[in-house]
Design a protein around this ligand. Structure first.
Ligand code: ADP
Ligand code: ZN
Ligand code: ZN
Length: 739
């Protein structure tokens, strides 16, 4: 075995890992994270360093005989907290922001004040005791005690707020009763969502454990034996990736280690969590955004104490303070929601790799549509790749996809949003009592209010976006939360014709209703899912066949299993191609493939109609053929030509400030200096305003830059940081880096 060791020297030249051989007798203690003593430099002076990772074989091009040996293990591994602090340092270096911001993401328990939990006071003595104490308090004129006991005679359990605030009972009084052994104080029970899971499982009949098929077995064994940290699990929809995760977790738990499962928030459904809970019971816990801070904190503490050993959740579950995480799984790792929207704008997948390396855990990235980046790394051998090529349930085949050229439809005089063939197929499914999903490929900034007379949007006074109409009729900014009454007249032209423009999906819904009056239609988009469980409710209704057609945005294509859906219509495949992002084609390909995956999951064969104005675009073509490789080949040509990742490094440097002029001027100065001072090859794009140029009264400028290597990238980052420091001076301007 060999170890990658970072030497503890504050010098840029040696700020990379070195390979050392692990002698037999140190094998047990020289684990990832261990502090070791190693011979370094020509004189082989002993230096200390941390083991970043282990490897079975010597790196290519290094003669094994010439690799030095680790001298001794100083300390066996660092504590979770040290690991997490190290992670915060790495995150700050990669994503900018302050160390404090990084730490508060990584160690929320340690930094945030634990919110006070509601306490409950319970009188545990008998009726007689209560009466006896009550008369004693009356006799001795202990009025406070009397008030409290009186309250207990009405209700044996009282919330803390009533006892301390309303009844005004002092700590001394409470102590006299707890001392007498008749009063107990307990915290509010956390985890109602978990309890209901446990109950549900009690009611359900157990599905036996599935025997893995050959591909699944190869993946499980392969991942466990793999010496590389990262394994990509590339499995088509329904190929049984989740079963692979379950088996991997099982093995890792048997080794006495813990597992983290990351799932996009939107896919974190009851169905998904249930499968983990069914297998591992109480060892499983979940964190999600609807949880209170206190509950989340509680679950993290339980993880730290080892009371739970599998954590499931979106992004933030990555920071579960397990002592020896052995496995981190990122399901649907291509999802853009894994990139945090708040500073530090970390990429969860990248950060998961950092954490896995620090703690010696395996990282498994699962997807039906791996990212171009990840696949490229797999091809270069940097990460392992495992494939699941067919659906796990026999008989379930991939849907047949038909691409419809909407230009031809238009020429033929069809101006509706449904092509002839889609209309025909919807009719057919309705007659056969099967379900249909209609997917509008558009991100909905829907319901934006504007003037129908002059066309001007009603912008938030603090952000450069149009406000939306709330159900209450008030205007609402979805970025900063600002609310206002609807003005009587347009502030630009005085016209009274102000209104919210309907979303695309709303229009689709109307059209469906008028074309198919007998169909029951549900719509799901940002507007209909407002409530706490809004989106779950809609999905449940559709699952229970309370509707025939579900119309929606991307939300409807994310990993939900509807056995009776046999037709998926994609209404405008190319809309997501028209966004200013180098990953637009990749996103489109992923969305189309996901949409197709919704059709025919059970034994019914499924069909998918893809309507588009760009039928010859390779993303559309490849998606129709379910051909990731065809897409990848074409996309790589484009990325190579443009030096976009993975063929180059692309980063956004942003500057924001309250004064628009100052921000612009400073950005320009930084840019001009950077251009002349850059000592490595770099291409700058911009500077320019960000697409939403004003957020919460801060004006935002962006400068993109592309480099060929990470080394150059860091060089430019350092240069920009240095220049900002010098040029910003006392101005209140803020910088950050984004991918
Ligand atoms: P994915 O996560 O890749 O979309 P799932 O793990 O949800 O796929 O599996 C799809 C379906 O196939 C599920 O209903 C699952 O129970 C079933 N399945 C998975 N693996 C097996 C297996 N080895 N034997 C039988 N059924 C399986
Ligand atoms: Zn107007
Ligand atoms: Zn706003």
């Amino acid at each position: 075995m060999y170890a990658e060791v970072v030497i503890d020297i504050n010098s840029k030249e040696v700020d990379r890992p070195f390979t050392y051989r692990i002698p037999e007798e140190l094998q047990e203690r020289a684990i990832t994270g261990a502090l070791v003593s190693v011979p370094f430099g020509r004189a082989n002076k002993l230096r200390q360093g941390y083991i970043l990772g282990l490897r079975r074989e010597a790196p290519e091009g290094m003669e094994p005989e010439r690799i030095k040996e680790i001298d001794s293990v100083v300390e066996r591994g660092f504590s979770v907290e040290e690991q997490m602090r190290k992670l915060a340092l790495l995150m700050r270096e990669r994503y900018g922001g302050t160390l404090y911001q990084a730490l508060s993401v990584v160690l929320p328990n340690k930094l945030q004040v634990k919110p006070k939990r509601e306490r409950y006071f319970e009188f545990t003595g008998s009726e007689e005791t209560l009466n006896a104490l009550l008369s004693e308090a009356e006799r001795k004129k202990h009025y406070a005690k009397q008030r409290l006991l009186q309250a207990f005679s009405e209700s044996r359990v009282l919330p803390g707020s009533i006892v301390t605030d309303r009844l005004n009972i002092s700590a001394a009084t409470i102590k006299s009763l707890t001392g007498a052994g008749v009063l107990t104080i307990r915290s509010e029970e956390a985890g109602d969502d978990l309890k209901s899971l446990a109950e549900e499982i009690g009611r359900r009949k157990k599905e036996g454990r599935k025997t893995l098929n050959e591909e699944q077995q190869i993946a499980v064994d392969g991942i466990l034996q793999e010496s590389r940290t990262v394994s990509v699990l590339f499995g088509i929809t329904g190929s049984g990736k989740t079963e692979v995760y379950l088996e991997l977790i099982d093995r890792v738990l048997q080794e006495g280690k813990e597992a983290i499962v990351l799932i996009p928030e939107i896919a974190l459904t009851y169905q998904t969590v249930m499968r983990f809970y069914e297998r591992f019971g109480d060892l499983v816990s979940v964190v999600h955004s609807r949880l209170s801070k206190g509950d989340k904190c509680e679950r993290f503490l339980k993880a730290e104490r080892g009371e739970i050993r599998v954590m499931i959740g979106p992004r933030s579950a990555l920071f579960t303070p397990f002592q020896h995480p052995g496995l981190i799984i990122v399901d649907e790792f291509h999802e853009p929601s894994y990139i945090s929207e708040q500073v530090p704008k970390y990429d969860t997948v990248e950060t998961a790799e950092m954490r896995a390396s620090l703690s010696g855990a395996k990282l498994v990235l699962g997807s039906a549509t791996p990212t171009v980046d990840a696949y490229y790394r797999a091809q270069k051998g940097e990460v392992a790749l495992f494939r699941l090529t067919h659906r796990a349930v026999s008989g379930a085949a991939l849907p047949k996809v038909q691409v419809v050229d909407m230009r031809e439809e238009l020429q033929a005089g069809n101006r509706s949003m449904f092509s002839g063939v889609l209309k025909e197929k919807i009719r057919d499914r309705l007659d056969r009592k099967e379900q249909v999903m209609l997917f509008l490929n558009r991100r909905g900034y829907s319901g934006a209010v504007s003037c129908r007379s002059c066309g001007e949007p009603l912008n938030c006074p603090h952000c450069s976006v149009a406000m939306k109409m709330h159900r209450s009729g008030r205007l609402h900014c979805h970025i900063c939360g600002y609310e206002a009454d609807m003005p009587k007249a347009c502030p630009h032209c005085g016209s009274g014709l102000l209104g919210a423009f309907g979303t695309g999906t709303e229009k689709v819904e109307e059209m469906v209703k008028s074309c198919f009056p007998d169909a029951r239609v549900l719509r799901m988009d940002a507007d209909t899912t407002g409530g706490k469980d809004g989106h779950r409710e809609i999905l449940e209704k559709f699952l229970h066949r309370e509707a025939d057609i579900l119309v929606g945005t991307q939300m409807i294509v994310k990993g939900h299993d509807f056995p009776d859906v046999t037709l998926v219509g994609v209404l405008a495949a190319d809309l997501s191609l028209n966004v200013p992002d180098y990953r637009a084609s990749e996103r489109t390909f992923q969305l189309l493939l996901q949409a197709e995956g919704r059709a025919g999951r059970a034994s019914h064969p499924g069909e998918c109609i893809v309507q588009t104005y760009l039928p010859e675009h390779y993303a559309v073509q490849a998606a129709a053929e379910h051909d990731f490789y065809a897409f990848y080949r074409q996309e790589m040509i484009f990325r190579r030509q443009m030096t976009y990742p993975p063929c180059g490094f692309f980063t956004a440097f942003t500057l924001s400030g309250a004064d628009q002029g100052k921000t612009e001027e400073t950005m320009l100065r930084i840019f001009n200096e950077a251009k002349t001072r850059a000592s490595v090859p770099v291409r700058f794009l911009g500077p320019t305003e960000m697409s939403i140029y004003k957020v919460k009264d801060m004006y935002r400028q962006v400068l993109y830059f592309k480099t060929r290597t990470t080394k150059d990238l860091f060089e430019i980052k350092r240069l920009l940081e240095k220049l900002s420091e010098a040029l910003i001076g006392k101005e209140r301007l803020f910088i950050s880096f984004e991918r």
